[in-house]
Ligand binder design. Sequence first.
Ligand code: V47
Length: 643
Amino acid sequence: MISSRTFTFRDKNLEPIWDKVRSGERLSKEDGLALFASDDLIGVGRMANEVARYKSGDAVYFVLNRKLEPTNVCVLSCKFCDFAVRADSEQAYEMTLDDMLSKLRPDLHEVHITAGLHPKWPWEFYIDMVREIKTQFPNVDVKAFTAVEIDYFSKKFKKSHEQVLRELQQAGLRTMPGGGAEVFSERVRKELFKQKIGARTWFEVHKTAHRMGIKSNVTMLYGHIETIEERIDHMLQVRDCQDETNGFLSFIPLAFQPGNTGIKTRNDFTSAIDDLKTIAVSRLMLDNVPHIKAYWVMLTAEVAAVALNFGADDMDGTVGEERIAHDAGAISPMELAKNKLISIIHESGKLPVERDVWYNPIELYPKKEWSVVSKMPYLNSVPFYQEFESHLNDIKIAPLIPSALGKFARDGVATAGPLSLRDFMTVSEDFERLDYGIAVKGKAHSVLLFSKYDWSELKGKRIGITADTSTSVELLRILLEKKHAISDYKFERMKRESFRNDYTQYDAVLLIGDEALRCAYSGGFAGFNLMYDLAEEWCSWKELPFVFAVWAVRKDAPEAVKNDIVRALEHSLKASTGHYAETGGEYGRLLGMSSSQVEHYLNTFRYRFSIDEHTAMAEFEMEYESLKNVERAFSLSADLQSV
Ligand code: V47
């Protein structure tokens, strides 16, 4: 269930659409057309805002980034583009590697590189570009090269798409930008960019990238000659691809800048109404894409700010010296300072979250008077949040995986949330426990050790761990050392983006949360014969439930905030108990689970704690303390930093 709210719409045609949206039913092409046809802009926006809150809470993301456009020399001449020029043009420019490096700073977290298709640059130059940036600025993630560029490299340097991407990935490329998608319509392509790749090749490149663990974005250039139906078709093609690969991070509607393109008159920008509606419809149609970006460079900062209440949950970033839009007459500034971005997001009533390219939160910036409550983005936590948002004032909700909540709780920025038991132990002086959490007596289905070996044979073996885990990794240590008397093993951190390519090199792999669930319900993890449910292992050993997370709130939080949180939790649990198929249906569907699987899964958890859970927590603490003096095989804080 996405929302229990009822809205009164001016346009009655929106009512059946809202019924579908709030219950997590996918919208059809006709629904998309009806949304665009509606003149109830506020109604459309409200629905999109509810979906965005369901997905991201109050968070609006931004990244400290820098756009690099190393050259405007391009072998193509697309009608809509005022940026590209021929090599002999007076406006042509080419940056050297030093020019590029001089534009970067160590505090950036992303460099976004796109360029013209240069006729002469050698392949090694592109590889050096990525490698050198990564070497000199290790904190800067490289988001580089559109599918159009990847396809151009593939043809020019006679390599497959996969080879091109592999070499770039080895040099340090982390994600791909969403450019070059334009509108996935053959009619528009023939008219505006006939030399450029079409939808088939664009998706081929992105699917290859996704398979290799390179996530990407996807754009849609709108407001030129495309029809509304073509916009909806574009979104549907994105949705289909995402069902297959789950590799898109964000969808970015790009408002067309007419400039001197001759397609529209110079000042004929898209209207704010069209911009907001396009953002909102994107949020509503693309149920499986995590983020919708309000790209202020094309929208203007003013429209982007309003879009944050129309379904967008990302503002891109500081950008700096953008050329593509500005050469085509964009009236936005060339860059926005971090403080400006934060104040725009505050003004919209949202919580600024500085992120990296993979949307891992780096820092939260609540207003002084706001409290921050974490929304755990796992299916097993859905019952806590069913009625949450509508019962809180001045409390902002941020989606934080367990390790991130632990960090922000320690930093004093997070006020409350379902802390991983291990993290709670590190902040127990400042936080008080509530009688809610996530416990299980028996199988948890989502904390799984996939292994090539039986417990007794894990001595000396390498065990891969993903970065989300905090308590589960300690539980595994306790089980290995205390239950099975194995001390000689090696925990190794797996990279989140590439573990699906690399995991077979390990002897065993620990997965938690939705990733584990996906494997459990799809019949296991290829290459590993054995699957151990760690909660079940603990319960059969201790005859106690296992407590993964416990709700806790800062001791110095205002009483009113504590009361609000308890009230919201009570309302949510009351509303969802007995209705788990409905509560978790939408979430489960995106994980490929049927509603009965969701119901079965959620029924295994205990969300209200009693004496049993308190005894279990004390037992875990005792076991954990007794292992404390053993040299740590794995450092949790180091792990988090590298997420
Ligand atoms: O592909 C070209 C577009 C794109 C114009 O992935 C124009 O995070 C408007 O892809 N008016 C490049 N748009 C920019 C891009 C992008 C931007 C921000 C974030 C991300 C991301 C990607 O710019 C091109 C093309 O679709 N473009 N000319 C124009 N006149």
